[in-house]
Design a protein around this ligand. Structure first.
Ligand code: HEM
Ligand code: FES
Length: 756
């Protein structure tokens, strides 16, 4: 066994710490909970050498993502290597079956990989995944029908392995026979590749894997005899005939074996993990029983919190530094996505399970970049439909008492059995399916929680404040000054800034009644205590830079709401600030009394019926260098501030708009191209489509909410090129920097390079 890390093989002080030495992914803590088992590493030693495995373990989000991002430096060539090398006898057994597992897609290097992926992509595009929806639904329904009257079931045995396997075989075009055999083959392949079998087991395993290899070859030969067969492997066979240099013979046989496992075991485990987690949590399960629209995000949060692929591998092609540790060329990496997914630097309260988390889709369970799971949208569809059927038909499901066991290996994780129970007499009447999920990443619009109005207060004529709380009395998520929430009621959907006390468990919003509006504010003005609303957020695209030497706060009319929260915060931290509040009539300016009570001496009110109109030019001229101006109010006021500050580069202007306006003439749209640096693709964006639409259709996960350039959900990082910014999120300085864009509305000139 290695006694020190290979980088210090010369006998110099070896940095292998006791915990690194004790790390064993085949037993104990890692098998029970890989993220918890590596909490120490995330905190203290983000990259460490594990003598037990001979791998460098990478545990933090940014490092794992950086490794995925660069397939040239971090080659995937070792992804399907046996992590426990076989003894000669077992290798001889494998050879007797002609076993020659080679490159597929997942372990292929560039440029061969991207060429291959490109010609084999079509079946995986969201538009083509649609064709599998009905089959998944029917299969799931049949399985639930078969056990719904029993009151107790092992969901793994009764449905969770068979649905993904049947769907996978259909997707691939492989005949649906010998299913039980295939399941056993898959388990053998997993232990063979990612496990630590004993010496005796290795021989039996070698026979099983050899038989799987032969089976895959026979299926392939039968499929070759059907030139017009349907399914992805048939397509691969046709591409093999058309481009034998890109889709090679060796690829076909290896892929046939690998994909059967990739397409079903991953999804079966993910479903079992998700149901176990939701039932343990209770609140998450109740929420999806009440509102099926939450299921897509619940699935992402389950994949983040307890994913089915917990670690993957890469090998360094030249020396590099990862997470501050210098690694030699040839170093083998075990990149632990389960640990990265619990990294506090990426996910707030990472160890708590929260189906409303709005960046859950950032999890790395599907990998990332050029090799990111091609089947992710098929898997998502299956997981969503399984959860929808179970939560609708068996909302009273509970976990039975049981000890969970897992197949010991580094990478694939899901319980061998999942016993659940329910009271058959309480089974609800069969209702219609509650949601038809879109293909792709969840929409942020669906991540809405119910809140109840606890009080309605009239501030001034035409302005009310609503106090909102969680119906079960739990604290709502924390927020910071400048944050807003979106409220939905009776088809109306409006954004309102939060203006209460951030330490309170509930929220306060103030709403102006707009007679000329489309009716949203009038509807919200009619609510009474006890009304239940849907709420999204909070989100903050108007954050305070607390480090600024001085703050000038400017509010116009109801724009006072985020500004009030900012003033409260600045007072609390002892910052220098002054607030100017502009309004048409004193009697209609909300929160004036509170301002003069809490911010005496720091507020100047400018009611136009009492004092001359505020002189914005004078305010800007008097601002000391370095002052941060935060402004919210009517578009004319904001435009005036933008032009007044244009000649004062020493000031920072941050503004919050309430509507997108319609300053964009769609007839001006010109086509452009985007190069996706991490995925290795270039996509054309035609004049009549948004960048968001084009990215989604290509299977890239992009969140969105407003799709009007207002909310900031769809932000992407720009590496190169000129952006035609059409959003209301970025400040002038941020636009000028050209490193971020909102892809729902903004476009490019010529060609853009994005970090996607
Ligand atoms: C690759 C996870 C379901 C097909 C991968 C990778 C991971 C993964 C971690 C490697 C990514 C990388 O190196 O960046 C999962 C999980 C699934 C799932 C967690 C279910 C929850 C599926 C399904 C299919 C599939 C259902 C097929 C129908 C593939 C393929 C690749 C892949 C073809 C290779 C992509 C490439 O290297 O270009 N998957 N997968 N996966 N997966 Fe999945
Ligand atoms: Fe709201 Fe793009 S989705 S800014």
């Amino acid at each position: 066994m290695t006694t020190g890390c290979p980088a210090h093989a010369d006998g110099a002080a070896c940095p292998v710490s006791d915990r690194a030495r004790a790390f064993d992914p085949f037993t104990g803590a890692y098998q029970i909970d890989p993220a918890a088992a590596l909490a120490w590493s995330r905190a203290e030693e983000p990259v460490f050498y594990s003598p037990e495995t001979g791998y460098w373990v990478v545990s933090c989000y940014a490092d794992v993502k950086a490794v995925f991002r660069d397939p040239l430096l971090f080659s995937p060539c070792n992804v399907l290597e046996k992590i426990t090398p076989f003894p000669d006898e077992a290798m001889a057994v494998l050879a007797s079956y002609g076993y020659a597992m080679n490159r597929t897609l997942v372990n292929e290097d560039e440029p061969a990989h991207t060429e291959r992926r490109r010609v084999l992509m079509a079946h995986f595009l969201p538009a083509n995944i649609e064709a599998h929806r009905d089959r998944v639904r029917v299969l799931t329904r049949e399985k639930v029908d078969a056990f719904i009257a029993k009151g107790r079931a092992d969901l793994v045995e009764e449905m969770l392995w068979e649905i993904p396997l049947t769907v996978a075989l259909h997707f691939l075009g492989v005949p649906e026979s010998d299913m039980a055999r295939l399941r056993e083959f898959s388990m053998a392949h997993t232990v063979n590749t990612w496990g630590r079998p004993s010496r005796e087991d290795q021989i039996a395993l070698a026979h099983e894997v050899g038989r799987f290899w032969q089976f895959a070859g026979e299926v392939l030969n039968r499929m070759r005899a059907e030139p017009h067969g349907q399914g992805w492997m048939h397509e691969a066979i046709r591409q093999n005939a058309l481009h034998p240099d890109i889709v090679t013979d060796s690829y076909l046989h290896s892929m046939m074996m690998a994909i059967i496992v990739a397409a079903h075991e991953t999804t079966a485990h993910a479903a079992a993990n998700a149901i176990k987690l939701l039932l343990t949590d209770g609140a998450g399960w109740r929420a999806i029983c009440e509102d099926a629209a939450l299921i897509p995000n619940a699935v992402e949060e389950c994949l983040r919190y307890a994913g089915s692929v917990v670690a993957w591998r890469r090998q360094l092609t030249s020396p590099a530094t990862v997470g501050g540790t210098d690694l030699p060329a040839g170093a083998k990496l075990l990149i632990v996505m389960a640990s990265a997914n619990h990294d506090e630097r990426q996910f707030q309260n990472a160890d708590s399970f929260d189906i409303y988390r709005d960046n859950a889709t950032d999890h790395l369970t599907f990998g990332y970049g050029a090799h990111q799971c091609m089947g992710k949208n098929l898997a998502r569809l299956e997981l969503r439909i399984i959860l929808e059927e179970l939560s609708r038909r068996l909302p009273h499901l509970r976990l039975a008492e049981q000890e969970f066991t897992y197949l010991p290996n580094t990478s694939f994780r899901g319980p061998d059995h999942l016993w659940v129970e329910w009271d058959v007499a309480a089974n609800p009447a069969e209702g219609a399916e509650r949601a038809r999920f879109e293909i792709g990443a969840p929409r942020r619009k669906d991540i809405a929680r119910s809140v109840v109005v606890t009080a309605v207060q009239t501030e001034v004529e035409g302005v009310i404040s609503l106090h909102l709380a969680d119906p079960q009395g739990r604290p709502l998520p924390r927020w910071t000054a400048g944050a807003h929430v979106d409220l939905e009621l009776d088809g109306f959907d409006r954004s309102y800034s939060l203006c209460g006390d951030p330490d309170e468990p509930g929220y306060t919003v103030s709403i102006l009644r707009e007679e000329a509006g489309r009716g949203g504010s009038r509807r919200f003005h009619a609510v009474t205590p006890g009304t239940v609303l849907r709420l999204r957020g909070p989100r903050n695209h108007f954050p305070l830079d607390e480090a600024a030497p001085a703050h000038l706060l400017i509010a116009g009319g109801i724009g006072i709401t985020p500004i009030l929260a900012m003033a409260d915060r600045l007072k609390r931290i002892g910052a220098r600030y002054h607030l100017h509040y502009l309004g048409a009539a004193e009697a209609r300016m909300a929160h004036l009394a509170r301002l003069s009570r809490d911010h005496a001496g720091q507020v100047t009110a400018h009611p136009r019926d009492r004092v001359p109109r505020a002189d914005l030019a004078a305010l800007v001229a008097a601002a000391a260098p370095g002052t941060r101006i935060s402004a919210c109010g009517p578009a004319r006021m904001l435009e005036a501030l933008q032009s007044l500050t244009a000649t004062r580069p020493d000031l920072v202007l941050a503004i919050e708009h309430f509507s997108a306006g319609d300053d964009t003439d769609l007839a001006d749209n010109r086509p452009f191209e985007v190069e996706l640096a991490d995925s290795g693709f270039t996509l054309p964006v035609p004049a009549d489509r948004t960048l968001l639409q084009v990215l989604r259709a290509a299977g890239i996960d992009i969140a969105s909410d407003c799709e009007e350039g207002l909310c900031g959900s769809c932000e992407v990082a720009v590496l190169d090129g000129t952006v035609d910014h059409r959003d209301k999120v970025l400040s002038i300085a941020e636009r000028a920097a050209g490193t971020r864009m909102m892809c729902c509305r903004s476009r490019g000139e010529g060609r853009l390079k994005l970090a996607l």
